[in-house]
Design a protein around this ligand. Structure first.
Ligand code: SF4
Length: 747
């Protein structure tokens, strides 16, 4: 076995499988339209250095990988990459080390009759995969099998997954973990601008006179973007809107510590002030927007006294915010999860977009209504995952779109579903209603990250068959699986990511995946052939070949990147922002959208969209008197910590134990002391956490970082009605002193 392990990644994929796998795989390889024999989809690079994009967050920093004998031995931050200019955060510096963890998934694992996962060959894994999913589809219909995708894979892989599942295997329902972070921004942009189009470029951090951060903590969530803010030489005013004194709020010139979820009425109130005082751009509004009169009538109800009551701010704070936007020439509005993860996230994001539109703070340097993405390829997922949107930002329900995509892919149009997929929460509900009987989860950790976790695990337990494809076999979700498919991770395969500013960057294969782990790309290829639809993907022979298909899918759309020649050209450019249509030979390094005041709706205008704000669904009361806030804990932790917990360096940079921030006055009332272990309980579950007494949280509020396994025992499964994004940010909890084991949930 060891000699086989050593050869992984060095041989052509087909011959590798010939050597290492059994008869099934060999037979599959001999079928017409096989694996593209002779192709080496992802191969190691020669000695020297290569620059590739980091695989954690959406900043998309360039990392220079140092190679010896064709393998990565170290990395450093790329000084010439236009995103990060030689900077990297701790996660980036440790990106290689976490790939060597002992719990990497190295062989397929199948649950045996005794209920234990045991290693099996790829042959057996594929037999089980096909037999069991086909049996479920035969019995319950083709739509009884669904998939959950990710924002962590290269675009080529996620497009392959979406096309394979829906066009090849007959699934209708599939969604991504980007539902948990970016769905709100997608819907907000589509409705307002006519396309999912973040308008900015990172230079806008440096060119703004005013930066407004709403529900965003870039100091730790996007540290390199924050470094770009620190390079701003225009003496910017920094306005932070957050109930908590976050690391970013500490740097703010104005910290608006609003009551939780009162951001929407605040933005409406500021819009009213701007309109009443004539601090708007009437010419731009007339030429480039629609719905202004209705919007002005609507916000007339949000007078200062109402907004003061709803937000808890002082009148002069709200007025000062409006004056700041008016006094300075360039205001940029930035938001992340504090806005997105809300029961009214879409309308809140659009309330920010409206502020940018009515003041003409869009399409100019240092401006914009700017959603910052989370995962390294959330933007790729938004356009190409083929989940709730048809490939390339198209619409499953649109016959012209289906015809176009079928033509480009050379497939029967009838293979393309005519309805959009269920969203993540609807898939989970579908399991409860026995509509979904099998789930294929790729590169995400549902049992940890999904809202109201205890219930989520009960839902997963109901499945007849759960397949998990991941780089570690120890994630909370992988340990629940019936079948685990071992995947290569970042640095072990190639492809492209799209970052927050729409920049397409290249990631490379610079090390071998361990054991029998395969790139997700090759797993999809193996499944396609095992399923019997390999012919449909004959042209999908390598990530680079798929990139050419993606270019065609983008042609003529707002995200057209047909001018991006190939991986080498993109890397030479330092990444390239879309749009980059054919003929754009030398794209500028920093470009923004809407410079001409034209948007993507048919009439060229942006829509001003609004709706009455609503109170939090779960209000604190006598039994559960505190509001729980959740968010990022440190720059050294990433999401469910499946990777960052593997680094000894990173572990030293964040607290080992789960902690809960409590206001010292509340702590005094409860008799809680610093570093005391207490129980935090909601209506859905409870956890033990160390009390961290800090005035960073207001009285009546507590904060727990999202990264720890227990956090989502507490959260409430409430969703935005338009984006279906979970509302992680606020629910009611109580604090209980003492060792009360009955409060533990037995996981
Ligand atoms: S900021 Fe994001 S992209 Fe940059 S090094 Fe850190 S994790 Fe990687």
């Amino acid at each position: 076995m060891s000699s086989m392990l050593e050869t992984l990644g060095q041989l052509p994929f087909a011959s590798l499988l010939h050597q290492r796998e059994g008869t099934l795989t060999r037979e599959l390889l001999q079928q017409p339209g096989g694996f593209g024999l002779g192709q080496v989809p992802d191969r190691l690079l020669p000695n020297g250095t290569t620059t590739m994009v980091c695989g954690y967050c959406s900043t998309g920093c360039g990392l220079k990988i140092h190679l010896k004998d064709g393998e990565a031995v170290n990395l450093s931050a790329a000084t010439s990459y236009p995103v990060n200019m030689g900077m990297a955060c701790p996660k980036g510096w440790e990106a290689l080390s976490v790939m060597d963890a002992p719990d990497r998934a190295k062989t397929p694992l199948l649950r045996n009759s005794a209920g234990r996962l045991e290693p099996v060959s790829w042959d057996v894994a594929m037999q089980q995969y096909v037999q069991r999913l086909r049996a479920i589809q035969d019995r319950h219909g083709p739509h009884s099998v669904a998939f959950i995708s990710t924002g962590q894979m290269p675009t080529e892989e996620m497009a392959f997954l979406g096309a394979l599942a829906k066009f090849g295997m007959g699934m209708r329902h599939g969604d991504g973990n980007t539902r948990q972070c970016m769905a709100t921004s997608v819907v907000a942009y589509k409705q307002a601008f006519g396309f999912d189009a973040p308008p900015y470029t990172y230079a806008d951090f440096e060119e703004s006179d005013v930066l407004v951060f709403a529900g965003a903590n870039p100091c730790i969530a996007h540290p390199i973007m924050w470094e770009r803010v620190m390079r701003n030489r225009r003496s910017p005013e920094i306005v932070v809107i957050d109930p908590r004194m976050t690391e970013t709020a500490m740097y703010a010139s104005q910290h608006l510590a609003i009551k939780p979820k009162s951001d929407q009425p605040l933005f409406y109130g500021v819009a009213k002030l701007l309109i009443d005082r004539g601090w708007i751009d009437e010419a731009f509004i007339a030429a480039s927007t629609e719905g202004f009169e209705d919007f002005a009538r609507f916000v007339a109800d949000y007078d200062l006294s109402r907004v003061v009551l709803e937000t808890g701010l002082r009148p002069e704070q709200i007025e000062r915010f409006a004056e700041t936007i008016h006094e300075r020439d360039r205001t940029s509005f930035w938001w992340t999860m504090g806005v997105n993860q809300s029961y009214q996230g879409v309308r809140t994001a659009q309330a920010l977009i409206n502020l940018a539109l009515i003041t003409n703070n869009i399409g100019r340097p240092g401006t914009g209504a700017n959603s910052i993405t989370g995962q390294c390829n959330a933007m790729g997922s938004r356009l190409f995952s083929n989940t709730t949107n048809l490939l390339g930002g198209h619409d499953f329900a649109n016959p012209q779109h289906r015809q176009k995509i079928a033509g480009i892919l050379h497939i029967d149009e009838q293979k393309i579903p005519t309805e959009n997929s269920w969203a993540y929460n609807e898939i989970m509900e579908g399991i409860l209603r026995d509509k979904i009987k099998a789930l294929w989860i790729i590169c995400t950790n549902t049992a940890h990250s999904w809202i109201n976790q205890n219930h989520a695990r009960e839902v997963l337990d109901r499945l007849d068959f759960l397949v998990v494809q991941d780089i570690y076999h120890t994630t909370e979700t992988a340990t629940m699986a019936d079948l685990v498919l071992p995947a290569a991770g970042w640095g072990e395969k190639e492809g492209t990511f799209i970052n927050s500013e729409r920049r397409i960057g290249v990631t490379r294969k610079v090390r071998k995946a361990p054991g029998q782990a395969l790139s997700d790309f090759n797993i999809f290829k193996l499944i396609a052939h095992s399923w019997g639809c390999g012919e449909m993907f004959a042209r999908w022979s390598s990530p680079a070949a798929v990139f050419e298909i993606l270019k065609e899918l983008s042609r003529g759309t707002p995200c057209d990147f047909t001018g991006a020649r190939d991986y080498s050209w993109i890397a030479q450019q330092g990444g390239v922002q879309w749009p980059c249509p054919t003929g754009m030979e030398s794209p500028a390094q920093e470009r923004r959208l809407f410079e001409d005041g034209r948007f993507f709706h048919a009439n060229g205008k942006a829509k001003l969209l609004f709706e009455e704000s609503r109170p939090m669904p779960e209000q604190p009361n006598g039994e559960f008197p505190f509001i729980l806030l959740t968010g990022r804990g440190s720059a050294s932790q990433w999401h469910t910590q499946t990777r960052t917990s593997k680094s000894a360096v990173l572990r030293k940079l964040y607290p080992e134990h789960l902690f809960v921030e409590v206001n010292p006055n509340d702590a005094r009332s409860l008799g809680v002391v610093h570093n005391e272990w207490i129980t935090v309980e909601s209506r859905r579950g409870n956890l033990r956490a160390m009390a961290l007494l800090t005035p960073a949280v207001q009285r009546g509020q507590v904060f727990i970082p999202m990264h720890y396994e227990a956090t989502n025992r507490l959260t409430d499964a409430v969703f935005d009605p338009y984006s279906k994004q979970p509302s992680y940010k606020c629910c009611a909890v109580k604090l209980v002193r003492g060792e009360n084991e009955s409060h533990h949930t037995p996981w």
